[in-house]
Design a protein around this ligand. Structure first.
Ligand code: ZN
Length: 371
C-alpha cells in the first residue's frame, strides 16, 4: 500500500510535549477552506483540482497531526492586512473590513472550542490546567490549547479595538506583517512606527499583551524596542547571518532580544532556512533543505546567547506554503518530533532539548502571566 500522509505510528507516552508558537490555523480554515478536523490526506485530496494557491494539496497541518506530534499548545493567529491605494500586496481596502475578517477567524476558533478540538488559553491558571489535562489525559481526541495572537495590527481599527480584542482573548500582537502597515512597517518595507505605533504599544503594555517582534522591519524594530517595556518574543524567526534577508534578524537584533528575555521560534519556511531559495522554483530536496538546517539557525542563536534558553519552535507550517516549501524530512507537522534527536546529535542535553520543545515558551508565559 502506498504510504499516505498522516500514517504515522502512534507516539509513545514519553514523546515530549511540543509548543508551536506560530500557526495560521484560522487562515487555513477561512481562506484556504480547510476543515482541520478532517484527516490530512482527505484535506489534501479535496484540493487536488484547485490551482488558486501554490500550496494546494500540500498542507501538513490538521488537528490529528498536531495530536500525533504531541503538540498540545500552539499560538494561533488572526491575520488580515489593510492595503492603501499604493500598496500592491493582497489585503482589505479598509481597516474595518480587515477587523471584520479577523472576527470571522475568531468565530471559527470559538466553534472549534465548542466542538472540543481547541481550548482557549488566556491566563496562568488556564495554562497550568491545560498542561495537566494534556499530560494525563489518554483520550484520542484531546483539545489542543491555543493562545490567540494577531499577525499584523492593521485590523485594530482604533486603539479602543485592542481592549475589545483583549477581552475575547487576544494575548500577543505583531504590529507589522509584510509591507507597510498602519502601526509599523513590516518585512520588505522601511520606516518607523510613528505616533499610531507608539500609541498601540502603550496600550499593549497597559493590557500586558506580548509584542511579537517578528516581521518588524529594521527601522520599526528599533523604534518598537525603544518604545515598549512589556514582554517581547519573536514567534517565528530565523537568522540573517545564515540566510541574508531583511525578514531575518541580524546578530545585533538577536542579542538585543536575548537581553530582553525574548524567546525566538524557529520558522520552517524553506526560503528562511537555506540561502538562494527561489519561491515557486526551488525544491527542498535539490536545495538540501531539511530539519538539520533549522537546527543551524537555532544553534546560531544559542552561540550568541551562551545557552539554549532563547530558542523554541514557531514553525509557521501551512502559513501560505506547504510541503513544496518546507524541510523534505517533514511529511506532516507531527514530524516536529524529529527535532529532539537532531538536537541531541549536536550535543544538546536532555534539559536543553526539553526547553527548546516546550520549556522556554512555558517559562516565558509563566513570567508574563504571573505579573
Ligand atoms: Zn509570518
Amino acid at each position: 500500500m502506498k504510504p499516505e500522509a498522516g500514517n504515522h505510528k502512534k507516539l509513545s507516552t514519553s514523546t515530549p510535549l511540543i509548543i508551536d508558537a506560530h500557526l495560521d490555523l484560522s487562515m487555513n480554515a477561512m481562506e484556504w477552506n480547510r476543515d482541520l478536523r478532517r484527516p490530512l490526506q482527505e484535506i489534501r485530496d479535496r484540493e487536488k483540482l484547485l490551482t488558486d494557491k501554490p500550496d494546494r494539496g500540500k498542507g501538513v497541518v490538521c488537528f490529528d497531526e498536531l495530536r500525533k506530534g504531541n503538540i498540545g499548545l500552539v499560538v494561533a493567529t488572526q491575520i488580515a492586512r489593510y492595503v492603501s491605494l499604493e500598496n500592491s500586496l493582497p489585503g482589505w481596502n479598509s481597516p474595518e473590513q480587515a477587523w471584520a475578517h479577523t472576527q470571522s477567524q475568531r468565530t471559527w476558533y470559538k466553534e472549534m472550542e465548542i466542538q472540543g478540538e481547541l481550548k482557549s488559553i488566556t491566563n496562568l491558571s488556564d495554562l497550568e490546567n491545560h498542561l495537566k489535562y494534556w499530560n494525563t489525559n489518554q483520550s484520542e481526541k484531546k483539545a489542543i490549547g491555543y493562545i490567540l495572537s494577531l499577525e499584523g495590527a492593521d485590523s485594530i481599527v482604533t486603539i479602543a479595538h485592542l481592549e475589545k480584542a483583549y477581552q475575547y482573548g487576544l494575548r500577543a500582537v505583531g504590529p507589522a506583517h509584510y509591507g507597510p502597515g498602519r502601526y509599523a512597517q513590516g518585512t520588505n518595507a522601511t520606516g518607523g512606527i510613528g505616533k499610531a505605533g507608539r500609541e498601540l504599544l502603550k496600550e499593549m503594555e497597559r493590557l500586558d499583551i506580548i509584542m511579537d517582534a517578528t516581521h518588524l522591519c529594521d527601522d520599526s524594530f528599533r523604534e518598537a524596542m525603544n518604545n515598549f517595556n512589556g514582554a517581547v518574543w519573536a514567534s517565528h524567526h530565523n537568522c540573517r547571518a545564515l540566510v541574508n534577508h531583511n525578514r531575518q534578524f541580524n546578530d545585533d537584533q538577536l542579542r538585543e532580544l536575548i537581553s530582553r528575555g525574548a524567546v525566538i521560534g524557529g520558522v520552517m519556511d524553506a526560503w528562511m532556512l537555506v540561502p538562494d531559495w527561489v519561491c515557486g522554483k526551488s525544491t527542498p530536496v535539490e536545495m538540501n533543505c531539511n530539519l538539520e538546517k533549522l537546527i543551524d539557525h537555532m544553534d546560531h542563536i544559542c552561540q550568541l546567547a551562551g545557552n539554549a534558553n532563547h530558542i523554541a519552535i514557531g514553525s509557521d507550517l501551512d502559513g501560505a506554503f506547504g510541503s513544496e516549501q518546507c524541510p523534505y524530512d517533514l511529511e506532516t507537522i507531527a514530524d516536529l518530533q524529529k527535532i529532539p534527536a537532531l538536537l541531541k546529535r549536536r550535543g544538546y542535553t536532555e534539559p536543553d532539548i526539553e526547553n527548546v520543545m516546550s520549556g522556554n515558551w512555558l517559562k516565558f508565559l509563566r513570567k508574563v502571566w504571573k505579573a
